[in-house]
Design a protein around this ligand. Structure first.
Ligand SMILES: [Fe+2]
Ligand SMILES: [Fe+2]
Length: 298
C-alpha cells in the first residue's frame, strides 16, 4: 500500500527571552547570535506563522507520517526547542512523526549534552532502538522503515557547522539496520551526502565521517537518504558519494525558499511534490514534482 510522507527541515524558530549564561559568551553561540541578529534572522521573521500554516496543511492533506530533519532553532536554547516543538504540535498532531537534531539545535556542547531536543521531541523519537540509547531509532510505516540518525555534535569554533556520527552510534546503526525486516529503508539525518551541484560539503559544514556512514547505510540496505542543512531544496537519483538517491528538503520557513516535500512511496517508486508557501494567500501550493526509484546500486 502506498504511503504519504511530508518532509520538512530547517525551520530555525526563535523566541524571547533567551536565558544566556556566562559560558555562552565564550562559546559558538555568540557568533551564531551575531549571524542571526545581523544576518539571516530577518529572513525567518514569518517562521512561527508559516510553521502553524504548515501543520494545518499536513493535516488537511492526509499525510501518514511527518519527517523533520533538524535545525528547529536558531541558537539551540531550550526555550527555542520548547517553542519549536509547541509550534510543530509534537504532542498533539494527529500524525506520527520522526525528528532528528541539526547543528543549530546542538549549537554548543552544553546544548548537545542538555538533552533538550530529545526531551521536547520525544513523541517524534519513538521507535525500535538498540539498548537505551537515543540514536539511531527506527519507525515502521506500512512496509517501509524510517531510521533517524543524529549527525549533530555540538561544536566549539564559530566557523564549525559540521557534524559526525560517533563510532558507538555507527555500530548501533549497523545492528539496527541488520535487525529490520525487509522493506524500503529511509535514513533521516540533518546533513547531506552531496550538494545540489554534486560537490561535497566543506569539511566544517558537512559530516566529518560521511564515507563510513554511507558504507554502513549501503551494507544495511538503505534505499533513500533524507536531509536538510542546505536551505535550497534539491534531489539526486544517483548522487556523488552514495549508491542510493538523496533528497534535501531545504528550509520550510526562510523567505522565498519556504517549502516542504510530500512523497508518495509505492513499492520502490517515490513520487514527490514540492509545496511552497505563498505569503499573499498564507497557504502552501504545488510548485514542482519529480520521481525517484528507491534502489541501492551495489
Ligand atoms: Fe539550517
Ligand atoms: Fe544545519
Amino acid at each position: 500500500m502506498a504511503i504519504r510522507l511530508a518532509h520538512f527541515s530547517d525551520i530555525h524558530v526563535t523566541t524571547a527571552p533567551l536565558h544566556w549564561t556566562w559560558g555562552d559568551w565564550f562559546s559558538k553561540r555568540l557568533t551564531s547570535w551575531l549571524n542571526h541578529a545581523i544576518g539571516r534572522g530577518p529572513q525567518f521573521a514569518l517562521a512561527d506563522e508559516i510553521v502553524r500554516c504548515l501543520m494545518d496543511d499536513l493535516v488537511q492533506r492526509g499525510i501518514d507520517h511527518v519527517v523533520f530533519s533538524g535545525d528547529a532553532t536558531a541558537l539551540g536554547f531550550e526555550e527555542e526547542v520548547r517553542h519549536a516543538a509547541g509550534l510543530l504540535r509534537v504532542d498533539t498532531l494527529p500524525i506520527p512523526g520522526l525528528a532528528v537534531p541539526g547543528n543549530h539545535d546542538y549549537c554548543t556542547w552544553a546544548a548537545a549534552e542538555s538533552g533538550a531536543f530529545e526531551r521536547h521531541f520525544a513523541p517524534w523519537q519513538q521507535g525500535r532502538r538498540i539498548g537505551d540509547f537515543a540514536y539511531p531509532f527506527a519507525q515502521a510505516i506500512g512496509d517501509a522503515w524510517l531510521i533517524g540518525v543524529n549527525g549533530a555534535t555540538g561544536n566549539r569554533w564559530s566557523w564549525d557547522a559540521g557534524g559526525a556520527v560517533a563510532p558507538d552510534q555507527l555500530d548501533r546503526l549497523r545492528q539496527l539496520l541488520d535487525s529490520l525486516p525487509a522493506g524500503i529503508k529511509i535514513l533521516v539525518v540533518h546533513f547531506p551526502v552531496c550538494l545540489a551541484g554534486g560537490g561535497f560539503e566543506w569539511y566544517c559544514r558537512g559530516l566529518r565521517n560521511l564515507d563510513e556512514i554511507v558504507a554502513i547505510a549501503q551494507a544495511g540496505g538503505v534505499n533513500l537518504w533524507l536531509h536538510g542543512h542546505r536551505h535550497t531544496p534539491y534531489y539526486h537519483q544517483s548522487p556523488n558519494g552514495a549508491p542510493f538517491p538523496v533528497i534535501c528538503a531545504g528550509t520550510a520557513t526562510q523567505r522565498d525558499l519556504w517549502s516542504y516535500g510530500e512523497y508518495v512511496i509505492d513499492g520502490a517508486r517515490l513520487l514527490a511534490t514540492r509545496r511552497q508557501y505563498d505569503p499573499e494567500t498564507k497557504a502552501f501550493h504545488n510548485v514542482e514534482s519529480f520521481e525517484l526509484i528507491l534502489a541501492t546500486i551495489n
